[in-house]
Design a protein around this ligand. Structure first.
Ligand SMILES: [Zn+2]
Length: 316
């Protein structure tokens, strides 16, 4: 066995970590490295050539004025400046790019999420800054995409702020759906072995829920729901609709169950309750985005971070 190089720590093969802090820091050691990565992702894959909007062709770009902290690259032919951060959530931020990247890394690598308070401590910024950073990452970078789901899809609704064990009972009693008592209603769809979509809704009437289904699920799919009346038009909309009778305390019947979406709900609820304590209905969609993001990118730490970075570079 070769001697261990202590200066190049390698992650143990058995470690669950997929993208350690050490690996992150090696790849993004400082502000300049972060800016360079944004430049390459946004304008210049090779770091040297980019399409100049003024010359209307590919030109060589150089970085000048390092001492002036100028965050731009300059066209060698016409002097036009390209700013990699322009139009992104980092634009004109007084927080360093390195801290932004670190915050993104923390939010993608922390399985149950990270509170603004913890982010404040990790980054050494004010609570207000930490909160705002998390808000922008959640609501802009982690926005759920609109690729439709297909195959076998589970649909279900939950409310945040209510009691879990009352959920199906209260659905039967018809008390659900008004969003009263500080409860926020959430509707979700998950493709088995695929992605999840979760959104806050004003109520769970057919008029509200059906458009979400038809817009987010491809026609020839199978949809599993419980017996709740909201779903009575699912088959009419052309789907193969299978129902599970929760009212009769049946939760799984062969393949017919909604355990996948309910697993996502319990993860989200545990996170919102444990990490974020309480989330106002106004901000709940952002948290749903964050949980959906991690669920949809469960393939890997670094890949997940890179995807988020690409989003950041494309934002405008
Ligand atoms: Zn030019």
């Amino acid at each position: 066995m070769p001697p261990v190089n202590r200066n190049q720590p390698k992650r143990a093969v058995s470690s669950e970590s997929q993208y350690s802090l050490m690996e992150f820091m090696q790849q993004y050691p400082d502000d300049a490295a972060c800016l360079e990565s944004l430049w390459r992702r946004r304008y210049s894959p090779d770091g040297k050539h980019a399409q100049c909007p003024k010359c209307r062709q590919e030109r060589v770009f150089s970085r000048y004025g390092m001492t002036q902290q100028r965050q731009s690259w300059t066209c060698e032919s016409c002097g036009h400046h390209l700013h990699p951060t322009a139009g992104t959530i980092f634009h004109k931020s007084s927080t360093s790019l390195h801290l932004w990247f670190y915050a993104m890394d923390l939010m993608t690598s922390t399985r149950c999420g990270i509170s603004a308070k913890q982010l404040e401590r990790e980054l050494g910024v004010t609570y207000k800054t930490a909160w705002r950073m998390a808000y922008l990452i959640r609501n802009q970078l982690m926005q759920q995409d609109d690729t439709p789901l297909s195959g076998t899809v589970e649909a279900d609704e939950m409310y945040v702020g209510g009691k879990e064990h009352n959920r199906h009972a209260s659905k039967r009693s018809g008390k659900m759906g008004r969003g009263s008592g500080g409860k926020t209603l959430v509707f979700g769809l998950v493709q088995r072995n695929g992605q999840v979509r979760a959104m806050t809704v004003p109520n769970v009437s057919r008029a509200v829920i059906m458009p979400h289904i038809t817009q987010k699920v491809l026609p020839a799919s199978t949809i599993y729901t419980d017996e709740y009346g909201t779903y009575q038009d699912v088959a009419k909309a052309g789907y193969d609709h299978q129902r599970i009778n929760h009212g009769a305390k049946v939760y799984v019947s062969g393949d017919v169950h909604t355990n996948t979406i309910e697993g996502f709900w319990s993860l989200t609820k545990r996170g919102v309750g444990g990490v974020y304590h309480s989330v106002s209905s106004k901000h709940l969609q952002g948290y749903l985005n964050e949980y959906a993001w991690r669920y949809n990118h469960r393939d890997g730490g670094q890949a997940q971070f890179e995807t988020l970075l690409l989003r950041a570079a494309k934002a405008s």
